[in-house]
Ligand binder design. Structure first.
Ligand SMILES: *Cc1c(COP(=O)(O)O)cnc(C)c1O
Length: 506
């Protein structure tokens, strides 16, 4: 079956998958969605006999129907190779009554590698298929992890350039060092004076700036996006939920057809939306547990049906308090505008583009919207929770003390929310927690959670401490940045982002 894509805000204009991958964001500001959500055409018992690449092909072929088998298999082959430090690609570790799906074994030790190691191949294949003449310029806003993973994916890929914008004071030391040491002839890393939402808004503006696009097109450049709004990011993320289920099945942990819960530490809603698409594709999933940090706009949404980026919900369910952007120890989830939620809004509105557009217009003009009772009823698949900074630290420390297993702060947000979910509902369904980053990437936060005595110790020293405490080998990505020289030091105001892009391309 062939699947076409259209904007969440306009059901009429259809694109092929490869065109949607190239374009990233729809022209009307909406996100591309498939015109119908595909269903697995192989049984889970068949899939459990395949390796990661095999499962990847079976899942991705359902969504990316205009790629030939040869093209898609070629992309998968080039992506999931020895850039990953384990042949399993995404191993599962049982600890403290949950199954941690480790999505951080790629080049930059965060889950973004799962999709960003294949996106450049999907994109350059799409460029060939569509006879694109221009060079592809990837513009990316990052809360820390996307940036490095995108840089690593696109560095020195012929026919592409990449510019990454990150909040100068809103990412971890390790994250920043990883980015500013990035090598490659086609890369640029720029800090901005603002938070992640400012960076994302600035990038979105450039995507919608017709004058800028026309000017650059004359010079042979065309923009695309590596952010999680791109279906080329979303689709590869569906794979590992199917993979995780089939590994549990193969190990005999679950029986054929048995439902699992999936708990995901969430920021831009991309990773958990992929889990929702996996459920829609037929994966036996009970609840999708959406875990937020103190920037709990999604928790408030799932509780109330109202999305309000300016006000926080109080105990009585009223949005009475001002909401402020909070810098947490899980910076990749410090987000108040959760872009991919728009896709869920579209689906629960019954694939209604007009309704979706009206709500998104309200978000733009008033900073808030409320969904109808009908739509709310369709949110039953989800449970929303959040973890404070103390909750997160206590989860890291507790799991380490009980099991000797060290998790990163993002994963700990999910771990804490899962515990709270279990307490609240009594649901004993086996649960996969998306483990989204290596603890090495956030060594300072992790070590201070385990013992406050580390609060004055240098990040790089803590890496050795973490190594002796956890017994987990220091990843190559960390070894690399210890000695690498800083190659990028530009900082700009958000208004100057287009000028920085011009400077980079000329
Ligand atoms: C990006 C990121 C998240 C959030 O994922 P979304 O798809 O934006 O919801 C969680 N944890 C880590 C470590 C990340 O890098």
């Amino acid at each position: 079956m062939s699947i076409l894509y259209h904007s969440t805000r306009d059901n009429n204009k259809k694109l092929t998958a490869s065109q949607a991958v190239l374009q990233g964001l729809a022209e009307d500001g909406g996100l591309f969605v498939p015109d119908s959500l595909p269903v697995l055409d192989k049984s889970l018992d068949e899939l459990k006999e395949m390796d990661y690449k095999g499962v990847a092909y079976e899942v991705m072929k359902l969504f990316l129907t205009d790629y030939t088998e040869e093209e898609l298999k070629g992309c998968i082959e080039r992506a999931y190779d020895d850039k990953f430090d384990t042949a399993q690609i995404a191993p599962i570790k049982e600890a403290g009554g949950a199954y941690y799906l480790e999505l951080f074994h790629g080049a930059t030790i965060a889950f973004k590698d799962m999709a960003l190691s294949i996106l450049p191949h999907l994109m350059t294949t799409a460029a060939k298929k569509n006879n694109l003449k221009e060079e592809i310029v990837i513009l990316t806003a990052t809360s820390g992890d996307t940036g490095k993973a995108a840089l690593a994916g696109f560095a020195d890929v012929p026919g592409t350039r990449i510019a990454v914008f990150y909040p100068k004071n809103g990412v971890s030391k390790v994250q920043e060092r990883q980015m500013v040491t990035q090598k490659g002839n086609n890369v640029r890393v720029i800090g901005i004076e603002g938070n992640f939402d400012d960076a994302q808004t600035g990038v979105k503006k450039m995507f919608n700036d017709e004058a800028l696009k026309a000017e650059l097109k004359k010079e042979g450049f065309v923009f695309s996006s590596a952010n999680s709004i791109n279906i080329g990011r979303l689709v590869p993320q569906v794979v590992y939920y199917v993979y995780a289920y089939t590994r549990l099945l193969k190990a005999g942990t679950i029986k054929s057809g048995e439902k699992i819960n999936v708990c995901v530490p969430t920021g831009n809603f991309g990773n958990i939306l992929a889990a929702y698409y996996a459920k829609c594709a037929g994966l036996p999933v009970n609840k999708l547990i959406c875990a937020s940090n103190s920037n709990r706009v999604l928790y408030d949404f799932f509780k109330s049906g109202s999305y309000d980026k300016l006000h926080e919900m109080d105990d009585k369910g009223a949005f009475s308090k001002d909401r402020s952007f909070i810098l947490t120890g899980s910076p990749s989830m410090d987000i108040l505008i959760s872009s991919n939620l728009e896709r869920l809004i579209y689906h629960i509105a019954g694939d209604d583009d007009k309704k979706d557009k009206a709500l998104m217009d309200q978000l733009n003009t008033k900073g808030a919207y409320a969904i109808s009772e009908d739509m709310k009823a369709r949110l039953d698949d989800f449970f929303g929770g959040f973890a404070s900074e103390e909750d997160t630290a206590s989860k890291i420390a507790g799991l380490y003390k009980d099991c000797g297993y060290v998790i990163d702060p993002h994963t700990a947000v999910a771990g804490f929310v899962y515990d709270a979910y279990k307490k609240e509902t009594g649901d004993e369904t086996k649960t996969v927690i998306a483990s989204t980053a290596s603890p090495y990437k956030f060594a300072k936060t992790v070590m201070c959670a385990i013992d406050k005595k580390y609060s004055d110790t240098d990040d790089m020293v803590l890496i050795d401490e973490l190594n002796s405490l956890s017994g987990v080998k220091i990843p190559q990505a960390i070894e690399d940045i210890r000695s690498a020289p800083v190659l990028h030091d530009i900082v700009c105001a958000t208004d100057d982002m287009p000028e920085e892009v011009r400077r980079f391309l000329r």
